[in-house]
Write a protein that binds this ligand. Structure first.
Ligand SMILES: [Zn+2]
Ligand SMILES: [Zn+2]
Length: 331
């Protein structure tokens, strides 16, 4: 409420001309496929036939890392398949981006209380900060609870979240407020190991261990549907396992750290990052062998160099298609 008030006060202080320009820019730069007159509650039991018939889409809900960034939410990649949204990691800001994507691209399954499933690569905070945001946003309107898969420790994290939100869930369930499903605030958690962790129709999700230094376990995911194959690296140093899993896939989403950026860091940080993340030039080598249809860089650690430099560094060892993803990019 205070934030809203501040915003109203700030807007009231702005000159009219500035307001007009802002409004025009918003229309020109953010064309929404679906426009609603005000915030609405979306409820549905099952995906529509149109959603079921759609081909697989991938939406970047966050492309950042632990460093606060004005343009990038924490890492989160949504795979949309047959009217369900499968999120891989869920960094800070990802859920607000999901709301935007829901209307920008007209994807009903990205409405927060409609999101069915989240898969975590590891439990570092930059990959998990919006887990509570997802589980508790409009939970009283959820018909089905959220399902989550992730490494050992996810159960404990989820239990902590239940305790953190106990005041809210107790109040909403004990008063006059209608609650769709009193158990919908409890996430269904599965702690995983390597192997196929989810299968539905033509969708298969496989977890594989990656090398994120001392952070164990850490997983990457391979997602296969009838029309698309995808590998998501999660956080990892150069990994033969990622190479093996991503040979010939349509889309390889890979984390990356700038060679030149890291060269300017202190020895301590250089050692840490080299054991935990993948240098752009090494990623180029990996992609040269794996030959994905498209290499998509995300979770870029730039260390102060211009973002475009990281793409050039990958290109020193890779002649295939490569892009640096932005939030809300869609594939
Ligand atoms: Zn990370
Ligand atoms: Zn990490």
């Amino acid at each position: 409420m205070t934030g809203t008030l501040n915003r109203i006060i700030a807007l009231a202080l702005l000159p009219v001309a500035v307001l007009t320009i802002t409004a025009c820019q918003r229309t020109a730069e953010e064309p929404f496929a679906k426009v609603v007159p005000s915030a609405i509650i979306e409820v549905r039991d099952e995906p529509t036939q149109a959603e079921l018939d759609k081909e697989t889409q991938v939406v970047m809900l966050g492309t950042g890392n632990p460093v606060p960034d004005a343009h990038r939410a924490g890492p989160s990649i949504a795979v949309i398949h047959k009217g369900e949204a499968y999120l891989f990691d869920i960094g800070a800001g990802a859920i607000q981006n999901a709301v935007t994507a829901r209307y920008q691209y007209d994807i009903p399954s990205l409405y927060p209380s409609q999101i069915c499933c989240v898969f975590l690569t590891h439990l570092h905070s930059d990959h998990t900060m919006d887990y509570a945001e997802l589980a508790y946003t409009l939970w009283w309107r959820r018909r089905k609870p959220l399902f989550a898969w992730g490494p050992r420790g996810l159960e404990q994290m989820t239990q902590g979240m239940v305790e953190m939100m106990a005041a809210d869930t107790a109040l909403r369930r004990s008063g006059v407020q209608p609650v769709q499903n009193p158990k919908a605030h409890k996430v269904n958690v599965t702690e995983i190991g390597e192997g196929i962790v989810f299968q539905k129709d033509d969708l298969t999700i496989e977890a594989f261990a990656v090398n994120h230094g001392e952070i164990k376990p850490a997983y990457g995911y391979k997602i296969t549907t009838a029309d698309m194959s995808i590998v998501i690296s999660g956080d990892t140093a150069y990994s033969e396992k990622v190479l093996e899993k991503s040979r010939g896939v349509d889309l390889l989403f890979h984390e990356v750290i700038s060679d030149s950026g890291l060269a300017g860091a202190t020895e301590f940080w250089q050692n840490y990052h080299k054991s935990s993340h993948t240098l752009a030039s090494d990623l180029g080598k990996l992609a040269s062998e794996a030959r994905p249809g498209l290499l998509v860089l995300y979770h870029g650690l730039f260390y102060g160099v211009p973002e475009a430099v990281i793409v050039d560094e990958v290109r020193t060892t890779y002649d295939g298609e490569v892009v640096l993803a932005d939030d809300l990019d869609i594939f």
